[in-house]
Design a protein around this ligand. Structure first.
Ligand code: C2O
Ligand code: CU
Ligand code: CU
Length: 514
């Protein structure tokens, strides 16, 4: 019952050719019969050289998401290379143990290139982690989550139409490590599951089918200080999650499913002004379903399976979950250079474009607040515009589009003219995974406006604020404060939405560390 992904005209351009030239400890693990790039394993302290050859028919460049490397090695879009050219990366791995991502970063082409397969996992190991003797080898399973759409010939479909750009592109099938209907045969013991959300736009709410809580041992920037349990965990594009999954005591033949659980990721704009001008017909029923969005066959925020675990072997030998995992140096407000003046990252959702700080991406457009003094620790605040300037008409989009967007969000049928009508502006506010290049940060506070509290309640117990992060999911109406160090390297380091269609639309900016 599984749909094979047939090799087609695209497969030629779907592979990274990564060769680790130096460092005896670097290894590549191929993902067999899969369009994903191989998993690259590096050691903290290792010096690597990577020859990246562009065999596409268009420019590209690769970014090492999560690694802190010199600006020149960070895959900034200004370093794109043409077909046939090679970019030689050289850097020292200064990150602690963590699961990172390598993926393209050419401006306006990232989403499509990632979609067609240019993405892979990059694992850093270090001595602190090695001492813990966490499950490894066959007991450490990478889980790259992606959603895709296929045509009748089993080839990937991608098309960023206006509504796809506004919401992001969603598939109607979830692939795990490039495969549909994924199943893992396990022994009745502890495993380490290393999740990476490599989807363009889809957000997952991970939960075990039998209600077992998730035991989290790490996030984007590596291990937590100690294990923490969550009823479910939100995982947005660009985020990673390290899970201790103990199948001890489960009898041979038993099964367990990892699901994405229901949540509300999109909320309608409901100000008096807009409501007053809209047509009211059909609103009531739609509101209920507005928490969902994305491909109608698999709405985001609906309930669907991701992969199955099948216990095929019983064993009584299983490692113990360590109670202490690592030591993290916590920053506080007294460490930051700007306690009273956080660096703003304002999310603006306007009818035609999603932006950060009100400006679309452009080279050489550094604003004063985007200049960061080197070797400082900064307080940053991510927040929503709050509805200002969003009352413009949907002019060029027209009624059909409005109806379609609403239909998508509600998971219901497309109906012309059933949108909120008239001269309304952006009719929804959605969740955005905001990613910052460079060193990982710490989330110090989150708060949500009262008007968005209902949607927030469907995700809040699955947002992890401990540990080191490089991507943070910011919900509608939410304000997130974080502390981020800017050490080691001067130059341009991007910050952007990791909904890749948003990123390509210009929801991306640079910090200039100087
Ligand atoms: Cu994963 Cu700037 O990206
Ligand atoms: Cu990055
Ligand atoms: Cu976004």
């Amino acid at each position: 019952d599984s749909v094979p992904i047939l090799p087609g005209p695209l497969t030629r351009v779907q592979r990274y050719t990564a060769k680790l030239i130096s460092g005896p400890k670097g290894t590549l693990t191929e993902m067999p019969n899969c369009y994903l790039g191989p998993i690259i394993r590096l050691q903290k302290g290792q010096k690597v050289r990577i020859h990246f050859r562009n065999e596409l028919m268009e420019p590209t460049i690769t970014h090492w998401h999560g690694l802190h490397v010199p600006a020149l090695m960070d895959g900034h879009p200004m370093y794109i290379i043409d077909p046939g050219e090679t970019f030689v990366y050289e850097f020292e791995v200064i990150n602690r143990s963590s699961l990172n991502i390598y993926h393209p970063h050419p401006h306006e082409m990232t989403a499509r290139q990632v979609y067609y397969g240019l993405v892979g996992g990059l694992i850093v190991n270090d001595e602190e982690e090695a001492k813990l003797e966490l499950p490894s080898g066959e007991y450490e399973i990478p889980i790259v989550l992606q959603d895709r759409r296929f045509n009748a010939q089993n080839q990937l479909i991608y098309g960023a139409h206006m509504h796809d750009r506004m919401m992001g592109f969603y598939g109607d099938r979830v692939l795990v490590n490039g495969r549909p209907n994924a199943e893992f045969d396990v022994a009745s013991r502890a495993y380490r599951l290393r999740f990476l959300n490599g989807s363009n736009a889809r957000i997952y709410k991970l939960g075990w089918s039998d209600g077992t809580p998730l035991t989290v041992i790490g996030v984007d920037g590596g291990l937590l200080e100690s294990p923490e349990t969550f009823p479910y965990v939100m995982l947005a594009p660009g985020e990673r999650l390290d899970v201790w999954a103990d199948f001890s005591g489960r009898p041979k033949g038993s099964e367990l499913t990892m699901r994405s659980l229901p949540f509300s990721g999109v909320v309608p704009m409901m100000t008096e002004h807009r409501m007053g001008r809209g047509r009211r017909g059909g609103m009531g029923g739609r509101m209920g379903g507005m928490g969902m969005m994305g491909a109608m066959d698999l709405p985001v925020g609906s309930d669907y399976p991701l992969f199955k675990i099948r216990v095929t072997r019983e064993t009584s030998e299983s490692p113990m979950l360590p109670s202490r995992l690592s030591k993290i140096d916590h920053y506080t407000l007294s460490d930051v250079a700007n306690p009273d003046k956080p660096v703003p990252i304002e999310i603006s959702e306007s009818p035609m474009a999603m932006l950060l700080n009100g400006r679309p991406y452009a080279f050489n457009d550094i604003q004063p607040f985007e200049r960061i003094p080197i070797d400082t620790v900064q307080l940053l605040e991510i927040f929503h515009t709050g509805g200002h300037g969003m009352g413009h008409g949907m002019g060029g989009i027209g009624h059909g589009m409005r109806g379609r967007m609403m239909g998508m969000m509600g998971g219901g049928p497309r109906q012309e003219g059933q949108g909120m009508g008239g001269g309304m502006g952006m009719m929804f506010s959605m969740a955005h995974p905001i990613h910052l290049h460079g060193e990982p940060f710490q989330v110090i506070s989150r708060s949500v406006s009262a008007a968005r509290a209902d949607a927030y309640a469907t995700v809040k117990d699955g947002l992890i604020s401990s540990g080191l992060k490089d991507t943070v999911l910011v919900m509608p109406g939410e304000t997130v404060r974080l502390i981020k160090p800017f050490y080691h390297f001067k130059g341009l380091f991007m910050y952007h939405c990791h909904n890749l269609e948003h990123e390509d639309m210009g929801m991306m900016r640079d910090f200039l560390v100087e």
